[in-house]
Design a protein around this ligand. Structure first.
Ligand code: ZN
Length: 225
C-alpha cells in the first residue's frame, strides 16, 4: 500500500501540475471515443500501451476480456457497454486479449480453477473458443493451442458483443464499429482480427485501413434520428 500512496504523491506533485487545464476540463465530464475491454491482468496497461490521456479511453477489465451474451447473464461489462454506447456515444469498441493469459490457461486446463467456483462459472463464457479450437485445431502444441484459444476467445466475445441490442443497432446504422485485438506482452505487438480476411493481422500504423470486425452497415446513419 505504501507503494501506491507514494505513487499518488508523485502524480499529485509532478504530473498533475503540468496538466491542470486538462483535469479542469475533465472534472466537468468525459467524451471518450473508444471503449476498450480487456483482461484484468496487471501486465496489460491500456493507457500506457496507447499513450492516451485521461478521458480518451473508456476501459473495462475483467478476467479473460469476456462479454457474456445478451439475456444470458446481466453483468457489469454488459451494463458498461450499454452506457458507453447510449450515453458516451463511443464510436469503437475494442475487445483485447493478451499473451500468457491465465484465463485462457483455465480454458485449456479447467482443473486449474476447479477450486474456484466463481471463476469456473465465469469461464463458461469462453466455451465458444474452447470448442472452436478443440474441433478445428488438432495437433497443435500446448503453446500454440493457448495462442489459438486467445484469438478465438476474442472472436467469440465479439460475437457475444453483437448480441447486445444497443451494439447491433449501432453497427447496423454504421456509427459503431467493433474490433478484436490480441496484445503480445513480450514483444509489444498487437494483432487485429480482420473479419473480411477471416484472420488476425499485425496492427500496422502505416496501413491505409485499420482491420475491423464490423459487418457492413445496413442503414444510413441519418436513419438513427
Ligand atoms: Zn488475461
Amino acid at each position: 500500500m505504501k507503494r501506491l500512496i507514494e505513487g499518488f504523491s508523485h502524480f499529485h506533485h509532478h504530473v498533475f501540475p503540468s496538466q491542470r487545464e486538462l483535469f479542469k476540463k475533465l472534472a466537468a465530464g468525459q467524451s471518450p471515443s473508444t471503449m476498450f475491454i480487456t483482461c484484468a491482468d496487471s501486465r496489460v496497461m491500456p493507457e500506457m500501451m496507447f499513450n492516451t490521456q485521461p478521458g480518451e479511453l473508456f476501459v473495462y477489465r475483467n478476467i479473460g476480456n469476456i462479454v457474456p451474451p445478451y439475456a444470458q447473464h446481466v453483468s457489469g461489462v454488459v451494463a458498461a457497454i450499454e452506457y458507453a454506447v447510449r450515453v458516451l456515444k463511443v464510436k469503437h469498441i475494442v475487445i483485447c486479449g493478451h499473451s500468457d493469459c491465465g484465463a485462457m490457461k483455465a480454458l485449456q486446463k479447467p482443473e486449474l480453477v476447479k477450486e474456484m467456483p466463481s471463476v469456473s462459472a465465469w469461464m463458461k463464457h469462453g466455451d465458444v473458443a474452447k470448442y472452436v479450437v478443440a474441433q478445428n485445431n488438432q495437433g497443435l502444441s500446448e503453446h500454440e493451442t493457448l495462442a489459438c484459444l486467445t484469438r478465438e476467445n476474442v472472436v467469440g466475445q465479439l460475437e457475444h458483443l453483437r448480441t447486445l441490442p444497443v451494439v447491433a443497432a449501432g453497427m447496423a446504422r454504421g456509427d459503431l464499429s467493433i474490433h478484436g485485438w490480441v496484445y503480445d506482452i513480450e514483444h509489444a505487438e498487437i494483432e487485429a482480427f480482420d473479419a473480411e480476411r477471416g484472420c488476425f493481422v499485425k496492427l500496422d500504423p502505416n496501413a491505409s485501413k485499420v482491420p475491423d470486425a464490423t459487418p457492413h452497415m445496413r442503414f444510413a446513419a441519418t436513419a438513427a434520428a
